[in-house]
Design a protein around this ligand. Structure first.
Ligand code: GLA
Length: 642
């Protein structure tokens, strides 16, 4: 990672006459831009016809960057095959679940399992890497762009064959697959591998095991495309790190844990969702996720927006100061690079209404003033680069569980595992407690408290991991409808949640989804969900009117395992989370009023930076532990050095 904070955005000079480029670079310098991502969508210009390459214009782009001391995240342009590709190889275009073959004309028009796509993608990547491997401007390979953003699952015959090959490598026999998928149900038993299809349109609910394995296969297919490019780039340019921009926290089609493990540095994109009441808390979730995916090391925010996006129903522009708060929050949560989509707002094309660092209206604008001010501020904050964020709390999250729960035949449509994880994260955010995200089978030894908001599916290894964590003195809080099925989406029998019945000291005999709120003895309120549960060793801390347990606590080894049998409303959840935070001995980062976000980054040598982000319209007083009170003005961000 750089010893400065990388600052910049996607630069797409090919959208503009060459006369503009010098001006672009001069303005980049004015804005403090030291890094741009180039070439992302340049395939049709770099290879205008199959096998015909034109790098002349791109040489000039790279040279201009080098001359101006700006580094490049050099992209392989493989996210957008040119029209000639779809024209020559229609069989390589993606097919949806209804059997519709899509056409070129937007981007990501390829089947992830297509051998011809892979061949052409590797060829352009090879050309690019061979040409620029020693270029002074090259800092990082930006492989592809947002894998699976639009074509995460392809249902064509090529994908079907690849799916069958994937299944054969995961199951010892067809019998094992039949057993895992429960194909005795609805007469789905396969007598030949060749009968197995992707879960294409079918009269009613598809087989859950088939659906889940197809999601796993599809994620693996994209990761394999990444590793194929990465390995080629490594061979041609050893020592140049590679990444691809994930959409951590926003898109759940790719297994981010598996993807991140293949990257030299994790990068991700994040966009505010205007319909959310507090989108900056969602931002914090995404940033915490990115940091956790990179093993706690500094990561790179590859894209966010200076103001509005163009793909939501109503694209709200950012308020004055919001850009700075957003960017500095990513920095506070461990990013060593703050980048945007894109440098100059497009004049034409599908994203012409998307904000950029340099807006249509030019430099006499709020956006430009904020962009240049932030560039100067990040230069002053260069010392932060390389420091890390530490957390005593982890939230468990797993894509397989999200995918399995995505199957349509569930007890209630109101149990959204991603939103629930975000809601629990938001409760910690409001309490000023920093948390990581962790894979259920990941290393939990450094944490005091582990939250399991919604982990419907957990493997045996994941189940044992949590029990071990508690046994060794940790505190866990498990949410309802967690630990229910095994890794094949088969119910764990004998009373729910089968994975953690002993750990929690509770046995559930039936789910009882709700239409409305339900009052608990404590005065708190449950929503959407309840369970008919029996304490089997656990102490009951709260109950329904029937006297049945709503919140329990079980002693297990040296620790405690709490369980909720309902989805508490926000206030009730905040209280339970405050209780387990206290029980685990976890402290907030600093004392701060509601709406003020506090996060600390530290170097191993003790230099540390307390970021205080005031999201409110009132001045606020923040009291760092053992420090003097600091006033953070309304909407301001303060970095307190220690
Ligand atoms: C994604 C893509 C960009 C652009 C932005 C728009 O992050 O990577 O190319 O489409 O979304 O928000």
């Amino acid at each position: 990672m750089p010893d400065v904070i990388a600052y910049g955005g996607d630069w797409n000079p090919e959208q503009w006459p060459e006369e503009t480029w010098e001006q672009d670079v001069a303005l980049m310098r004015e804005a403090g831009v030291n890094r741009v991502s180039v070439g992302i969508f340049s395939w049709s210009l770099l290879e205008p016809a199959e096998g015909v390459f034109d790098f002349g214009w791109f040489d000039r782009v790279m040279d201009l960057l080098a001359t101006n001391g700006i580094k490049a995240n050099l992209a392989t342009p493989t996210a957008a095959p040119p029209p000639w590709f779809g024209d020559a190889y229609p069989e390589a275009l993606p097919v949806d679940a209804d059997g519709r073959r899509l056409t070129h004309g937007s981007r990501q028009g390829f089947c992830p399992s297509s051998p011809i796509y892979r061949e052409k993608a590797l060829r352009i990547a090879e050309q690019l890497a061979t040409r620029y491997r020693d270029h002074e401007a090259l800092a990082l390979w930006h492989v592809h762009n947002e894998y699976g953003c639009h074509n995460a699952r392809c249902f064509c015959d090529t994908s079907a064959a690849a799916f069958r090959a994937w299944l054969r490598s995961h199951y010892a026999s067809l019998d094992a697959l039949n057993d895992a998928w429960g194909t005795a149900f609805w007469s789905q038993r396969y007598s030949d591998w060749a009968q197995i299809l992707p879960p294409r349109a079918t009269p009613t609910f598809p087989n859950p095991g088939q659906q889940l394995d197809f999601r796993r296969f599809s994620s693996d297919a994209l990761i394999e495309l990444y590793t194929a490019e990465r390995d080629l780039l490594r061979k041609i340019a050893p020592g140049v790190p590679a990444t691809t921009n994930l959409m951590a926290g926003a898109h759940w089609d790719m297994d981010c844990w598996a993807f991140a493990a293949e990257m030299d540095v994790v990068s991700t994109d994040h966009y505010l969702i205007g319909a959310r009441a507090e989108p900056h808390i969602d931002l914090a979730f995404a940033a915490d996720y990115a940091r956790s995916l990179n093993g706690g090391r500094p990561w790179l925010l590859m894209e966010h927006s200076t103001s509005a996006v163009n793909w939501q129903p109503r694209n709200r522009a950012k308020a004055p100061g919001e850009l700075r708060r957003n960017s500095l929050t990513h920095l506070a949560r461990g990013a060593d690079g703050i980048m945007y989509f894109q440098w100059r707002a497009s004049r034409a094309g599908a994203e012409k209404w998307h904000s950029a660092m340099l807006p249509h209206a030019g430099t006499n604008t709020k956006i430009w003033r904020e962009v240049t001010a932030l560039g100067a501020e990040l230069a002053r904050l260069a010392d932060v680069a390389g420091s890390t964020v530490s957390a005593d709390v982890a939230i468990l999250i797993d894509h397989s569980s999200v995918w399995a729960q995505d199957h349509p035949a569930q007890p209630s449509v109101d149990m959204d595992p991603v939103e629930e994880a975000k809601r629990w994260h938001a409760a910690l955010w409001r309490a000023g407690v920093t948390c990581d995200l962790a894979h259920p089978e990941g290393d939990l030894t450094g944490y005091r408290l582990v939250l399991v908001p919604a982990l419907y599916l957990v493997s045996d290894a994941g189940a044992a991991n949590l029990a071990r964590f508690v046994e060794r003195g940790g505190v866990a809080l498990v949410g309802p409808y967690s630990g229910i099925v095994d890794e094949y989406d088969r119910v764990r029998l004998g009373g729910y949640p089968g994975a953690w019945r002993d750990l929690l000291g509770v046995s559930v005999e039936e789910f009882f989804p709700l239409d409305g709120p339900i009052a608990l003895a404590s005065g708190a309120s449950g929503t959407a969900w309840s369970e008919v549960a029996h304490a089997a060793g656990a102490k009951v801390l709260d109950t329904y009117a029937t006297g049945e347990p709503a919140w329990t606590r079980n002693e297990w080894g040296d620790g405690f395992a709490h369980y909720l049998t309902t989805r508490l409303d926000d206030d009730g959840l905040a209280e339970v989370i405050a209780a387990v935070v206290a029980e685990a001995g976890v402290e907030p980062v600093a004392a701060a009023p509601a709406g003020v976000e506090v996060v600390r980054r530290s170097h191993a040598d003790g230099r540390s930076y307390l970021f205080a982000v005031n999201h409110t319209g009132e001045d606020a007083v923040v009291i760092p532990p053992g420090g003097d009170p600091v006033t953070v003005a309304a909407g301001d961000v303060h970095v307190i050095y220690a």
